[in-house]
Design a protein around this ligand. Structure first.
Ligand SMILES: *Cc1c(COP(=O)(O)O)cnc(C)c1O
Length: 397
């Protein structure tokens, strides 16, 4: 189905931060398949994990124990606020599990009327019927029938609006600590801490969507760690599988108290192939120094991008983001900028609010960032030259 507006590029192989097309042209990948290839392409440790698992066992279903899944769940629990984990195959499914968990929690407490979640404007939580309702974006809801009930959207990071939206039917607050699709917009750490306080005071669940900003992307294993707050529930996907479809819903025991045998499930979720790769991703990310590298590369990139904004003010206006989830807010249409960068063989991803996202693999080197910045500098110069040509003669005063 033609639901994707694809670029006319096909890639045959990848290595680290580099992709090679079927025509043999090399591209520098600063999109990582939308924050998925956290360890780049064909990472030897991931390749080995998938190959060796493929020779042993692919699938058994959740009718049986899956030891590698229990090991991955335990490692995630040890590394986070969570006590329990549910595995699925995508971000939207991780959000569906989180939403169902919140409703079931209050049902189990004898408060079934509490089923509504407060979300932020600009949110993106996936493309299922419930997650498009949670995201609240008209362009994704239109034509798909009545919007799923139970989501109240307020202005981005507006605490007064959150307080005003809380009612007897509210179950919790669902937010991305750092919005990706919405335009690389960070909820200020103080606001995240206030959300925690509000939820504690009102007896609500705080749910973080870290599908994009989690798994090392911002230089912490999870973005909320920067603010020193913990949620009750968290949805994770994208980078957790390094390119293998994998999602997870993490929760405290108390929040998950309604999730008993039979109330939720997945045929493929927690499949041995996914679990082997998930464990291999964690092997690398939990190595001492890995997150420090992400932080350091993030600072290098932010500095270089700030210089680029200074030297191309008619094309780009602002640097946003944290770690290696960065955005350039554009003055000209962001699609034009992304196309100009693609002409320089640099891959980026568009976002809301006229932003071009830069999401290199977390293993990116300083030399590769320098290479990418040179390509951006050249690409933006081409856009400027085009603008000068299009401007009417004598327009300059
Ligand atoms: C990508 C994304 C999702 C949806 O994930 P899918 O794997 O596409 O279903 C949900 N939330 C956020 C923040 C995302 O970036």
């Amino acid at each position: 189905m033609p639901v994707f507006a694809r670029a006319g590029l096909a890639f045959e192989r990848g290595e680290g931060c580099w992709l090679t097309t079927t025509e043999g042209e090399r591209y520098l990948d600063f999109g990582s398949g939308v924050a998925v290839n956290a360890l780049g392409h064909a990472h030897p440790h991931l390749v080995e994990a998938l190959k060796s698992q493929a020779e042993k066992l692919w699938h058994v279903s959740n009718l049986y124990q899956i030891p590698e899944g229990e090991r991955l769940a335990q490692r995630l629990v040890d590394a986070t606020f969570a006590d329990v984990v549910f595995f699925c195959n995508s971000g939207a499914e991780a959000l569906e599990a989180s939403i169902k968990l919140a409703r079931k929690h209050f049902h189990a407490k004898g408060e079934p009327e509490r089923y509504r979640l407060i979300t932020f404007e600009g949110a993106f939580h996936g493309r299922t019927l419930a997650t498009i309702a949670a995201g609240g974006q008209a362009k994704y809801l239109e034509g798909f029938g009545p919007k799923v009930e139970g989501f109240d959207q307020v202005a981005f990071a507006d605490l007064a609006a959150v307080e005003a939206a809380i009612g007897p039917e509210t179950a919790g607050v669902l937010v991305e600590p750092l919005q990706g699709e919405g335009g690389v917009r960070e909820v200020p750490p103080a606001t995240l801490r206030m959300l925690r306080e509000i939820c504690d005071r009102e007896g609500l669940l705080l749910i973080f969507d870290e599908v994009q900003c989690g798994m090392g992307r911002t230089g912490a294993l999870f973005a909320h760690e920067h603010a020193g707050v913990a949620p009750d529930v968290m949805a994770v996907a994208k980078g957790i599988g390094g390119g293998f479809p994998l999602g997870a819903c993490l929760a405290t025991l108390e929040a998950a108290d309604g999730m008993t045998a039979g109330v939720h499930g997945s045929t493929f979720g927690g499949n041995p192939l996914a679990m082997a790769v998930g464990n291999a991703v964690l092997d690398v990310m939990l190595e001492p120094g890995f997150l420090d590298h992400v932080k350091r590369m993030g600072l290098v990139m932010r500095q270089r991008l700030a210089e680029i904004v200074d030297s191309h003010p008619t094309v780009v206006a602002e640097v946003r983001g944290e770690g290696l989830l960065m955005g350039l807010r554009c003055v000209v249409p962001n699609g034009e900028v992304a196309a100009a960068l693609r002409d320089q063989r640099l891959l980026t991803v568009g976002a809301g609010d006229n932003v071009v996202r830069l999401l290199p693999p977390l293993i990116v080197t300083e030399a590769e960032i320098g290479d990418a910045m040179a390509r951006i500098d050249r690409g933006l110069s081409v856009v400027e030259a085009g603008m000068a040509k299009a401007a009417p003669v004598g327009a300059a005063q």
